[in-house]
Write a protein that binds this ligand. Sequence first.
Ligand code: FMN
Length: 365
Amino acid sequence: MLPVVDPETVVATAVPPSPLRLTRLRTVGTPRILTVDDYEPLAKQVLPADVFDYYAGGAGDEWTLAENRRAFEDWVIRPRMLTGAWPADPSSEILGTPIAFPVLVAPWAYQKRAHPEGELATARAAARAGTVMVVSSTAFEYLEDVAGASDGPKWWQLYVFTDRGMTVDMLHRVHAAGFGAVCLTVDFPDVGLRHRDTRNGFQIAIGLRSNELTYAPDLTWDDLAWIREAAPVPLLVKGLLTAEDARIAVDAGVDAIVASNHGGRQLDSVRAPVTVLPEIVEAVDGRIPVLVDGGFRRGTDVFKALALGAGAVLVGRPACWGLAAAGEDGVADVLRILRAELENTMVLAGTRSVAEITGTNVERA
Ligand SMILES: Cc1cc2nc3c(=O)[nH]c(=O)nc-3n(C[C@H](O)[C@H](O)[C@H](O)COP(=O)(O)O)c2cc1C
């Protein structure tokens, strides 16, 4: 007779090796690190307190930061049975770039403060995972070095400096270095009220003083033209939260939208991206892909967003915690966990491919 084994107990306690245990470990990691959230306390252990707060924190009362997680509870999955959906294939494509699964690494700043190898390690990890790394304009490394750190696809996140000429020079280099797209972040005309940083007296202290680089506070939709001209690659606009802006973006000819509130770090009291996703998807009406980020920590979160019409999701802090805790391997492991959880969700929901995940697979809780 087969022993009755609860897989959760198997990973949580030391048991003799068994095929079940090995399968389980291969799928979801070691007993200590099972989920993306398990990386956060590890990162907290190794990071100076003010750096951890900079990465973890949000703006204002951090209502939006918490809402980004809570909002996933507004949606439940509608699984279908006996569809034979095994094994699931999470591979996809975004803006012409094939990806092993539809989770991209979001642009996040000052990665060198998390780990000495910073953006270079993240670039290698994203390539290992078969996905896109979006590299922040704040990258400490030369952009050419990040581009060359791996063979994986990379997009450039753009902050426009007050010095437009310097921005154009940077975009020429971005284009020459082979970045596959430019992702213009539009929710940063000023920095959000990051009280943790103010209270901590947080300084970046990696060679740049914040007053050496200032971001243009006065961008408009008209600025897209010269940005496109300087780097003739697909242009994404990151940071939209309304159907109105999504329609303007499509009319302005952008190639994709990222629904985002900057991980709750900019304007507090705005809705969660997964909440605004349906209205943005409806406004865009299939004309361009809609990506989304903010609070994605579980394969089920990714599945819900895909079912609501997202082309892909991005993760910021999960990569941050992985990098701080274990460098390249940590980021690769975070991405592996998200992929394994998405595959598990797809199988249990009866959807064999990303294309099979549709609006019928999700409903309001
Ligand atoms: C520490 C940190 C730094 C960030 N820096 C940037 C940045 O330089 N440019 C940008 O467009 N977004 C930046 N973001 C926002 C992320 O791209 C992304 O929108 C957000 O992290 C998604 O939420 P999540 O962290 O819950 O996954 C940053 C986020 C974090 C956590």
